[in-house]
Design a protein around this ligand. Structure first.
Ligand code: MN3
Length: 258
């Protein structure tokens, strides 16, 4: 199926195609629910084309001293904005894709609905937009004692899956450290098991590409930490725990598990 064919579909048909693609990929119920949540403008930040830069919800210096203001400002206004600009440029001639949310577009990337090289451009730039929109929301300023630990169902399931919260943090940090080059570490609901799992992805690949539902994510591209931490990724990962917005992660978890 080529993009011209896709352009002839209604939004309803496009969503049916997403459902079919999801079925082909073996994507579970959780992923479908998150895509539906994305339709309402939730975890992936903004609704449909033209994408715009979502506000952080806090000041650039709000995460200091864990993440410095200059890094946050450049990351938000330059890096995230660049993904948005590139995605909008790529979608400018795609009227049907313009009707889809970032998560809905990402759900199509592993199918054959969208031709390469458009598919690659969208994978990288819609991926970058969705990942960063998600990332800003799971960060929050916390007092100098650091972020509180998760509570409720997410806390219970982290303990049940990984043994303890501390073991989870260690495994997540190890995964973030082992991601060679640019990418992300994620806590997801696995499409295989329906349970929590820690994964990493390269470049701007979203967990949605493999059917996994993101609950927490950490950007380990150098642009996320180099000004402040230089080569010390481990220190950046360690500081991340002090600025995690666990209540927001719990909301994402609840959306996916309903
Ligand atoms: Mn980034």
């Amino acid at each position: 199926m080529d993009t011209q064919h896709f352009s002839g579909l209604s939004r309803r048909d496009a969503l049916k195609t997403i459902g079919a693609s999801a079925a082909l990929l073996g994507l579970g119920l959780f992923n479908s629910k998150l895509v539906a949540a994305g339709s309402q403008g939730s975890p992936d930040g903004t609704p449909t084309y033209p994408f715009t830069l979502p506000p952080l919800g806090y000041a650039y210096d709000a995460l200091e001293p864990r993440i410095d203001a200059r890094t946050m400002e450049i990351h938000h206004t330059k890096h995230h904005q660049a993904y948005i600009t590139n995605a909008n440029n790529a979608l400018a001639s795609q009227p049907k894709l313009q009707k889809l949310t970032p998560f809905e577009i990402l759900a199509l990337i592993n199918g054959d609905t969208i031709d390469k090289p458009l598919r690659t451009t969208l994978r990288n730039n819609v991926g970058g937009h969705a990942n960063h929109s998600f990332f800003w929301q799971i960060l929050a300023p916390n007092d100098e004692d650091g972020a509180p630990a998760p509570t409720g169902k997410l806390a219970e399931d982290i303990a049940a899956t990984f043994g303890s919260f501390d073991t989870f943090k260690k495994q997540f940090a190890d995964t973030a450290m082992k991601r060679f080059g640019s990418g992300w570490a994620w806590l997801v609901i696995s499409h295989d098991t329906g349970k929590l799992a820690i994964i990493s992805s390269g470049n701007q690949d979203s967990p949605l590409l493999t059917g996994d539902t993101p609950v927490l994510g950490l950007d380990v591209w150098e642009h996320a930490y180099y000004l402040q931490y230089q080569n010390r990724r481990a220190d950046y990962v360690d500081a991340f725990w002090d600025v995690v917005n666990w209540p927001r992660a719990q909301e994402f978890y609840a959306i996916a598990k309903v």
